[in-house]
Design a binder for this molecule. Structure first.
Ligand SMILES: CSC[C@H]1O[C@H](OP(=O)(O)O)[C@H](O)[C@@H]1O
Ligand SMILES: Nc1ncnc2[nH]cnc12
Length: 275
């Protein structure tokens, strides 16, 4: 099994991983089938260009949303992006809000993550040597800064920091769970931010989460509680401006990385060769 794209595959520097409702990006693309030691990614990778920046896109659930959050091939997606040359990843995602301060349509750029998932493959380093990456600051500071500045300029309601709690799903939270998460001071809730962020760190990639709030989670809102239809409807209402924002962030990302992310694996004995 090959872990590299063919020699003819187009290269990209920036990766975008689309979430629920975000199944395509860029018009003029070339589709690349990349196999990886972890199986195929969610879909062929779409490679194109935006304002001179080469971009690779993959929808994490697949373009027909066939992968539920606990079955997404997270390792294959990030490995495939890196094997095309990607070093900076933008990760749009639909999330719930755990505070009435952030209503539907708010953009959250979390700076912390709490993992409440279970049983997901969350590391590349399983045999041959122990690798323990630092994860105190799970997101790329330069990517977050760029995204926040771009969103502010574009007039978004913005939460430029916050803690994203990632639940196992696929069910939504009970009211009691949701109230408990909120009581911890956590502000956003989703199902895919982990292990995506840590796998990116294990590949020394920059990773920035762009969270579109689609709903107030069950503990915050009176009434029925959140539904998948509500999430997809609100996401659909915002997808145009979110696509524009992601494009603007792509254009604004620094070409040279001066953040700590490229050094995430310095001094470590890696049991496998990164693509
Ligand atoms: C479509 S309802 C719940 C679903 O939406 C979010 O997906 P993503 O993070 O990929 O935008 C959430 O994490 C769940 O997977
Ligand atoms: N309330 C919520 N809980 C978990 N994941 C979500 N994705 C969108 N809204 C969500």
């Amino acid at each position: 099994m090959s872990s590299q794209p063919s020699a003819a595959a187009p290269a990209a520097e920036i990766g975008v991983i689309g979430g629920s409702g975000f199944y395509s990006f860029l018009d003029d693309i070339e589709e690349v089938r990349v196999d990886t030691p972890y199986g195929p990614p969610s879909d062929p990778i779409a490679v194109g260009e935006l304002a001179g920046r080469r971009v690779a896109f993959v929808p994490r659930h697949g373009r027909d949303h066939r992968f539920p959050p606990h079955r997404i091939p997270y390792r294959a997606n990030l490995w495939a992006l890196r094997s095309l040359g990607v070093r900076q990843v933008l990760a749009p995602s639909a999330v719930g809000s755990l505070t009435p301060r952030y209503g539907p349509g708010t953009l959250g750029i979390p700076d912390q993550i709490v993992d409440r998932t279970s049983g997901r493959d969350q590391t590349y380093y399983e045999h041959g040597a122990a690798v323990h990456v630092s994860f105190s600051d799970p997101y790329c500071p330069a990517g977050r800064r760029t995204a926040a500045g771009t969103a502010k300029t574009a007039g978004w309601d913005l939460a430029d920091r916050g803690t994203l709690v990632v639940i196992e799903g696929p069910r939504f939270s009970t009211r009691a769970e949701s109230q408990w998460f909120a009581a911890q001071g956590w502000t956003l809730i989703g199902m895919t931010g982990h292990p995506e962020a840590v796998l990116a760190r294990e590949l020394a990639l920059c990773y920035t989460s762009l969270c579109l709030v689609t709903d107030l989670d069950a503990g915050i809102e009176e009434g029925e509680g959140v539904t998948m239809d509500e999430v997809l409807r609100v996401f659909g209402e915002n997808i145009g401006r979110l696509r524009t924002l992601v494009g603007d962030v792509v254009k604004a990302l620094p070409a040279e990385r001066s953040c700590p992310c490229p050094n995430a694996l310095d001094g470590m004995k890696l049991p496998l060769e990164l693509p």
